[in-house]
Write a protein that binds this ligand. Sequence first.
Ligand SMILES: Cc1cc2nc3c(=O)[nH]c(=O)nc-3n(C[C@H](O)[C@H](O)[C@H](O)COP(=O)(O)O)c2cc1C
Length: 324
Amino acid sequence: MNLSTVYMSMKLRNPVIVGSCGLTSTPEKVKSCADAGAGAVILKSIFEEQIEAELGSLSDSGNWYPEASDYINSYGMENAVSNYLTLLENSRKLTDIPVIPSIHCFGKGNWIEYAKKLENAGASAIELNAFILPSDPRKKGRENENTILDIVTDIKSQTSIPVSVKIGRYFSSLSCFVKELDDCGVDGVILFNRFNRIDFDIDKLEVIGGSSFSSPGEMESVLRWVSMLSPVTACDIAATTGIHDGEAVIKFLLAGANAVQISSTLYKNGLGEIAKIHGFIADWMRKHNYNSIEEFQGKLSQNKTNNPAEYQRVQFMKTSVGAV
Ligand SMILES: Cc1cc2nc3c(=O)[nH]c(=O)nc-3n(C[C@H](O)[C@H](O)[C@H](O)COP(=O)(O)O)c2cc1C
């Protein structure tokens, strides 16, 4: 069965990408992902602060989150940049699937020059994890959006490889913002970043960390957005968060995604899950007489209507009117 797909002009042997996480942090782990059948891998992110620390500009900037700076300084970030380039080069040597480095960033800075080095070291593309939680009450949404748009514009001007952006969902007009990313020439968007969960210990009266791993229920709102955005954006879409099995992958392909990025299920159940997902997709395609992903990709996207909001409203009315 042909499971190949095209993501950001790259032909992937299948749509299952291992998302940026500890499972892609060494060349040997990247090889294990490739051997398990991944269509591509996103390397564990390097942080903007790591690059700036090595460039010597970390302490000059007033923009850093203080705790992040402390962490970076205490962690001893020497050689982080050259180590990351070596990770990329060696991963490329060990595999022939696309290897995509990831930069975890939140603002413009000297680190942008680093994109060229990644390209020269053999990056198939660059993924930017634009990690901006709009928590500052003095900052208008537009400022955060402009920060991301400026980063993308600069990186695109420095490189000739595809550039994608992994974003959160906290935008007042997500569709409009993704369209603006399109206009900046972005090649792919990854929907959505999963911000660390918080929880409360009600006996100790403490804030505690929630689970680092997603649960399948978290994919529902991602599915909504992928199906709404895929018909109206020129760039490709990779879905992430809560995708734990083959059925979920098929749903995202039907919604119009080009690929999915998975991590939690691989941590919980092992890399063997990738082959299980392939098997499920192939069986489903056989059952429905599809020979390629292209034949059904986007079939359930919301391209039937110009106004998905109206569709949503009617659905809501149908379920709420007369409800007991
Ligand atoms: C342990 C762990 C480490 C992660 N590290 C990164 C990272 O360095 N950069 C990044 O962009 N995403 C990181 N992620 C997020 C994943 O790439 C992915 O987007 C997220 O976990 C949602 O996918 P899932 O539901 O399949 O886990 C990490 C996730 C986990 C579980």
